[in-house]
Ligand binder design. Structure first.
Ligand code: DX5
Ligand code: ZN
Length: 227
């Protein structure tokens, strides 16, 4: 039986950019619930990726929600251009943002969904005061900056804690995980309480193809219930 409660968010960081439209169409066909777009500035993380023009191009080829993961030093400065390009939601990091409440409320004022992301070394406790204001929490299961890294298993107890906090403070808030999610790790995160899975290389890098890879992921999580 499929676990319909769990959403899949393929990350295009691992896609073939020369065939981005086709790859997103494949993900859509495979049942993607949203497309995860990783924005990196070479400063907040030691890598650069893409900007608003990619979102604008994606907007023309898919109706799926476009989720923008802002791994940049000053997300506020870029929100407007990403909204104009057609973004639907933003994940902003707790780390390095001295005015996170302002950032979250700017996103809400732009009528977009807002989420807060935390890195592997950041404790769940920092979410307590901002949780009532957000639609999503993103627990990073690798250090941000690169695709195809190994899942950090010590993040699992944190996922459980965040799930408890969500049930207490903001039922309905999504709990997303990002980094090293594959057939082996996906069920572990779902059992810990995640209900949105970002997957890059295990979807776009799979030799079996995008649709089959997504089906394999779904099969693996079908038995894993949120505890
Ligand atoms: C990493 C990004 C991820 C990345 C995940 O900093 O935030 O979204 O694309 O890639 P995989 O699934 O390959 O670990
Ligand atoms: Zn990401």
């Amino acid at each position: 039986m499929e676990n319909k409660l769990v959403k899949l968010a393929p990350s295009i960081l691992a896609a073939d950019f020369a065939r981005l439209g086709e790859q997103v169409a494949e993900a859509e066909q495979g049942g993607a619930d949203r497309i995860h777009v990783d924005i990196m500035d070479g400063h907040f993380v030691p890598n650069i990726s893409m900007g608003a023009p990619i979102v604008q191009s994606l907007r023309r080829v898919t109706d799926l929600p476009l989720e923008i993961h802002m791994m940049i030093s000053d997300p506020d400065f870029f929100l407007d251009q990403f909204v104009e390009a057609g973004s639907d939601s933003f994940l902003v990091h707790w780390e390095g943002n001295h005015n996170l409440h302002r950032t979250v409320h700017r996103i809400k004022a732009l009528k977009k969904r807002a989420g807060v992301a935390i890195n592997p070394a950041t404790g769940a406790i920092v979410l307590e005061d901002i949780l009532p204001d957000v639609d999503q929490v993103l627990v990073m299961t690798v250090n941000p900056g690169f695709g195809h890294q190994h899942f950090i298993h010590s993040t699992l107890p944190k996922i459980k804690r965040v799930r408890q906090m969500i049930e207490e403070l903001k039922p309905g808030c999504e709990l997303e995980v990002d980094g090293g999610i594959d057939e082996e790790t996906a069920p572990l995160t779902v059992a810990a309480g995640a209900n949105v899975l970002v997957a890059g290389s295990s979807v776009f890098g799979a030799s079996v193809g995008v649709c089959a890879a997504m089906q394999h992921l779904r099969n693996k999580i079908s038995g894993a219930a949120i505890k």
